[in-house]
Design a binder for this molecule. Structure first.
Ligand code: ASP
Ligand code: MG
Length: 467
């Protein structure tokens, strides 16, 4: 029988040392016994952040200091990649060929950074190009290490693998055509038992200009490949053993959830669990492909599997998450009710600016509360006041708040869960500042003051998950 395709995604942590990259190769080799394997990787650990930092730094430097800064960065990144490559590629020929490719890329990056120091200004298009270097270099090391271990492999950028996007730089979305391009570009390799090592996160638009899929987007790449290649499973392999029922830094009793539905996993990711990129669920769900989250250190463990069917376990609540770094923006104005369409206008302006509204609630016709990320506050307030202030009396920003989301498919049909949750909030002397309207069937989410949030998470976890 023909082997089925499996997509394995390795994140930055799995690429933090040459030792870990060797583990990747072992996992791939073992997986090849039963499957045709496709690999997606992030940049080496911390590299995307470094690329963003240097761009910001260089664009603020006096012209005279620019060339040195670009050169120093070249050296720093070269050393980082060389020391990692050396640990996982023993064959000198393969190591040299890998480093030659990386050096050529870094030279291009150095020149690009010099451009940024002179007349270029930072914009999302430029940043996507700069960030694309992280994954372009990491695929060379991972495929070099696989070759070293005798695995047939071929490195490809997202674009080379067939992922073509629109031109929404920094949060690009794939075009319809990718079904054809992914199959055309990858199937000939897969059929020959060659493992494509595809750069996660990065792609290009129709013109071939670099785009990225949003921070953490390599999970999304993996899910897109799995969907269009009709894979039997997509695995997110990281430094944790699966999806946890709460942040272990808040409660020591957090445990691995063995099975989740797509809807539950999406809400978990949306509300602060740093386990995966929420958008990746969509393509997996479309194609009904199971997503498995597991540890690079325990590849034989089953981890957490995310599937279509909601498993209503005897525990009604599966997880409690907390979202930090958020703010509430209260819009007050009697006139709002009289200005039809004003809400629509405000929201389309948010869309134009790429602002993501996490929660909305309107207590009356003339009041509206929005929850956004702290980093979006300025932009959001500007969007509201920008020529749309007819009737708006006052805009208030509330910081020091957190969202708590309680997640579990079993809540929908069971009475009194909300009452119990809200009693826990009251017992902690906290009050609920905002509740999500129209929240999904699988979560109850609400906002409390930051200072109460950790104790409430602990108490809810204790009541529903530990008992
Ligand atoms: N390297 C990218 C980032 O750090 C994408 C990813 O790791 O998923 O955001
Ligand atoms: Mg990630």
């Amino acid at each position: 029988m023909d082997k089925k395709i499996i997509v394995l995604k390795f994140g930055g942590f799995a690429l933090s040392t040459g030792e870990n990259i060797k583990k990747i190769c072992e996992i791939v080799k073992k997986e090849q016994e039963n499957h045709k394997v496709v690999v997606t990787v992030s940049a080496l650990y911390g590299v995307t952040d470094k690329l963003i930092e240097i761009s910001e730094k260089i664009s603020n430097l006096p012209a005279i200091a620019v060339e040195d800064a670009a050169k120093n960065f070249y050296e720093e990144i070269l050393v980082l990649h060389y020391s990692t490559a050396k640990e996982c590629i023993a064959d000198e020929k393969i190591l040299n060929a890998t480093m030659e490719k990386i050096k050529a890329m870094l030279e291009k990056l150095r020149i690009t950074l010099i451009g940024l120091g002179y007349p270029e200004e930072i914009n999302p298009k430029f940043m996507d190009f700069v960030m694309s270097f992280g994954e372009k270099m990491s695929i060379c090391i991972v495929s070099g290490a696989m070759k070293d271990m005798g695995i047939k492999t071929y490195p490809l950028t997202g674009y080379e693998a067939g992922i073509i996007t629109d031109s929404n730089f920094s949060h690009a979305r794939p075009l319809q055509a990718i079904n054809e391009t992914i199959n055309k570009n990858l199937m000939p390799l897969i059929e020959k038992d060659t493992v494509p090592v595809v750069a996660g996160f990065i792609a290009a638009d129709k013109k071939g200009t670099a785009t990225t899929l949003g921070r953490g987007g390599s999970d999304y790449t993996a899910a897109l490949l799995a969907k269009h290649l009709k894979a039997c499973e997509v695995q997110i392999i990281k430094d944790v053993e699966g999806v946890l029922s709460a942040d272990p830094k808040i409660t020591k009793n957090a445990k691995i959830i063995r099975r989740l539905s797509y809807a539950e996993a999406m809400d978990l990711a949306l509300f602060g669990a740093k386990v995966m990129y929420s958008r990746m669920i969509e393509p997996a769900m479309d194609a009904k492909i199971p997503v498995r989250v597991k540890s690079i250190f325990r590849p034989d463990d089953k981890g957490t599997v995310i599937v279509q069917k909601e498993e209503i376990i005897d525990k009604i609540v599966k997880a409690v998450t907390m979202m930090k770094d958020v703010s509430i923006i209260n819009i007050k104005g009697v006139g709002m009710a009289e200005t039809p369409g004003i809400i629509g206008k405000i929201f389309s302006e948010f869309g134009n600016r790429g602002i993501n509204i996490i929660m909305v609630s309107g207590s009356s016709e003339s009041n509206l509360s929005l929850m956004v990320k702290k980093s979006d506050v300025e932009n959001t307030v500007e969007a509201i006041t920008n020529g749309l202030n007819s009737g708006i009396r006052k805009i208030e920003v509330m910081d020091n708040v957190r969202i708590i989301a309680v997640i579990g498919a079993g809540m929908a049909g069971s009475k009194g869960v909300a009452a119990k949750i809200f009693k826990i909030v009251a017992d902690n002397d906290a009050s609920i500042i905002m509740i999500a309207q129209g929240s999904s069937e699988v979560n109850i989410s609400f906002v409390v003051e930051e200072k109460f949030s950790e104790n409430i998470v602990k108490a809810i976890h204790k009541e529903f998950v530990e008992k």
